[in-house]
Design a protein around this ligand. Structure first.
Ligand SMILES: [Fe+2]
Ligand SMILES: [Fe+2]
Length: 352
C-alpha cells in the first residue's frame, strides 16, 4: 500500500517515513514541499495520505482541496497532522475531506494504530470493489449466455419450421441478415439491428400450423386455401408472443406483420403505413427480395435486377418507401450476405 506523506519539517518527514516502512506491505511517498505534491499529482498513485496542516505556501486544507479536484483521489483516506487543537481548524480539515487527525508531535504508537485501522479500511474497500467487479463480470457472462441460448432456440425453431415449408433453413437466415442490413441503413440502433437479425428468421414459424395440403400445394391456392395460408401470421404470433424474452416478442410482432402492406391491402389486419411495426415493414422487403431471387419448386429464381425493380415499383404501395430506400442503400451488403448464405452450401436441406 502506498502512503503519501507531506510535511515541511524534514525531521518529522523522516520519522513518518520510518514508521511507514515498518508497516507490513507499505511504502512511503514523501514530500517536503506541498507544491511538489501538486506537480506530481497527475501521476501520483497512493492509498492513504498523511498531511501536515501547517505548511508554508499551501496549508493542509488548501493542499487537500487541490488533491480532491482529481476524481481518482476522491474518497482516499486522509489523516491531518495538526498542532492546533482549535475546533475551527479541525472542522475545516473535516470539510476538506480528511477523516482522522494526529496531534503534533506524532506519537509512534498512535500513528501505527491509526494507520493499521486505515489500511484495514482500504483493504476492505479494495476487496469490495474487486467483488463488485467480479459480480459485474458474472452478470455480463450470465446475460450473454442467456442471449446465446435465445439465439440457439431461435435457430432451432427456424430450422424446425423450414422442414415443414418449401423454404430452406438458409432462407430464414438470409432474411435475418437482409433485415439487419436494412435496419442499419434506416439508422436503427445497434441493439435493434441485432435483435431484428435474430428475430426475423421466425417470420414464418406459424406455417407449422398450416395443413400440408395447403402449405405444400404445387398449384394455385383456392380462395379458401389462401385464407388458411394467411393464418400463418397470427399462428406464428400466438406461438411466440407469450414469451418473456423480448427477442421472441419481437419475433411475434414480425410474424404478425410481415405480410401487411404499406397501402393497407395486406394481411392479417390490413394495417397501413406507420401502423405496421417497423420490424414488420423491414422484414416484408427482406423476405420478398429473398423469395424472388431464390428458385422454388414452382418457379425460377429472378435476377437481382428484376427483384430490385419489382421492389422499387412497389415502394409506397406494398412497401414502406423508407425501407425500400434503405434496402437499395444496403444492396451491396445484402448481395454479399446472399453470396455467403447460398443454399448450395447448406447442411440442413428440407428432407422430403
Ligand atoms: Fe410469411
Ligand atoms: Fe419467408
Amino acid at each position: 500500500m502506498r502512503i503519501l506523506l507531506v510535511d515541511d519539517n524534514q525531521t518529522n518527514l523522516v520519522l513518518l517515513s520510518k514508521l511507514v516502512s515498518k508497516l507490513p506491505g507499505c511504502e512511503a511517498i514523501s514530500f517536503l514541499d506541498p507544491s511538489e505534491v501538486l506537480a506530481a499529482l497527475p501521476k501520483l498513485e497512493y492509498d492513504i495520505a498523511v498531511i501536515d496542516y501547517q505548511m508554508p505556501g499551501y496549508n493542509g486544507v488548501e493542499l487537500l482541496r487541490e488533491i480532491e479536484m482529481f476524481e481518482r483521489y476522491r474518497g482516499k483516506p486522509v489523516v491531518m497532522i495538526t498542532a492546533d487543537t482549535d475546533m475551527a481548524t479541525r472542522m475545516a480539515c473535516l470539510d476538506a475531506g480528511s477523516i482522522d487527525f494526529l496531534n503534533k508531535p506524532v506519537n509512534p504508537l498512535e500513528f501505527r494504530a491509526r494507520m493499521r485501522n486505515l489500511i484495514a479500511l482500504v483493504d476492505a474497500r479494495n476487496k469490495l470493489a474487486d467483488k463488485a467487479e467480479w459480480l459485474r463480470e458474472e452478470v455480463d457472462k450470465a446475460t450473454s449466455e442467456i442471449r446465446e441460448r435465445e439465439e440457439e432456440i431461435i435457430d432451432r425453431l427456424s430450422i424446425a419450421a423450414s422442414f415443414k415449408d418449401a423454404e430452406t433453413g438458409l432462407h430464414t437466415k438470409r432474411v435475418g441478415e437482409y433485415s439487419q442490413l436494412i435496419a442499419r441503413a434506416l439508422g436503427l440502433s445497434v441493439q435493434e439491428c441485432s435483435d431484428i437479425r435474430l428475430a426475423a428468421p421466425m417470420h414464418d414459424i406459424g406455417k407449422v400450423g398450416i395443413p400440408d395440403a395447403v402449405l405444400l400445394k404445387k398449384g394455385k391456392l383456392t380462395e379458401q386455401e389462401f385464407a388458411a395460408m394467411q393464418k400463418h401470421t397470427l399462428l406464428g404470433c400466438d406461438i411466440l408472443r407469450e414469451s418473456k424474452s423480448s427477442l421472441l416478442q419481437l419475433a411475434a410482432t414480425i410474424a404478425a406483420s410481415h405480410h401487411e402492406r404499406w397501402d393497407g391491402q395486406g394481411y392479417p389486419r390490413r394495417l397501413a403505413g406507420d401502423e405496421i411495426p417497423i420490424s414488420g415493414r423491414i422484414v416484408a422487403v427482406a423476405d420478398n427480395f429473398d423469395a424472388l431471387t431464390t428458385a422454388r419448386p414452382y418457379k425460377e429464381a429472378w435476377s437481382v435486377n428484376q427483384a430490385v425493380d419489382h421492389i422499387r415499383d412497389r415502394s409506397g404501395s406494398q412497401f414502406d418507401p423508407d425501407c425500400v430506400r434503405a434496402f437499395e442503400q444496403a444492396l451491396p451488403a445484402i448481395l454479399a450476405a446472399r453470396d455467403a448464405l447460398q443454399d448450395g452450401v447448406q447442411v440442413l436441406q428440407m428432407s422430403a
